[in-house]
Ligand binder design. Sequence first.
Ligand SMILES: [Zn+2]
Length: 249
Amino acid sequence: MHEGRVSAELGLAGWPAVAEESIIARDVLLAGHVGSRLHVCHLSTAGSVEIIRWAKARGIDVTAEATPHHLLLTDEKARTYSPLYKVNPPLRTAADVEAVRQALADGTIDVVGTDHAPHPRESKDCEWQAGAFGMTGLETALPIIIATMVEPGRMTWRDVARVLSETPARIGRLSDQGRPLAVGESANLTVVDPDVRRVVDPDSQWTRSTNTPYAGMELPGQVRATFLHGRPTVLAGRPIEQTEQKEHA
Ligand SMILES: [Zn+2]
């Protein structure tokens, strides 16, 4: 877990923020030195945000990503001693969460990546030290971005498309994805109902794993349909099986 007041109180071994920040600082400097591009995954601390901001201001070709859980959850969750909240990098402080939200809003952080990490029950139904790192995040990513960024007025829906689709496609050099809606474009679409509010139930998610840290939380928004290259992959909020996909084609 994150090294700080909570880890000291709990007696759990902590990982300090500087462990993450010193690596990002090193890599940013090296990328600047050799003129290569650098993409930083799962940035989680206020200090990391400052380093990325500094690097971009200097013209270093760096992009950064944060996860939904680092936009919402803090190290206070470790007080449960449940490995559901054990993840790498660890959940940080409320000040770090605020810095990550701010950076996503102002473009210092370019994209959100789910860091979806499904695990079998036995990997999480154990003591903290033995628990596996990671949490599921795919089905809750959009609801968390709506709750933390859109509803408080920090990002528009246009920004959501930018951080979840357009910029990830650009960074990954996926030339046929993350493109605007237009005649003749490949139909890669997500249809969202923003008004639905649902309580997260680990047993009714589509993933077979139950290691969601959001169980019991009411979150806004639901993906109703997705299309990849013109073919439906989710319809009426339900994933389409491969065989059904052929029928639709
Ligand atoms: Zn990861």
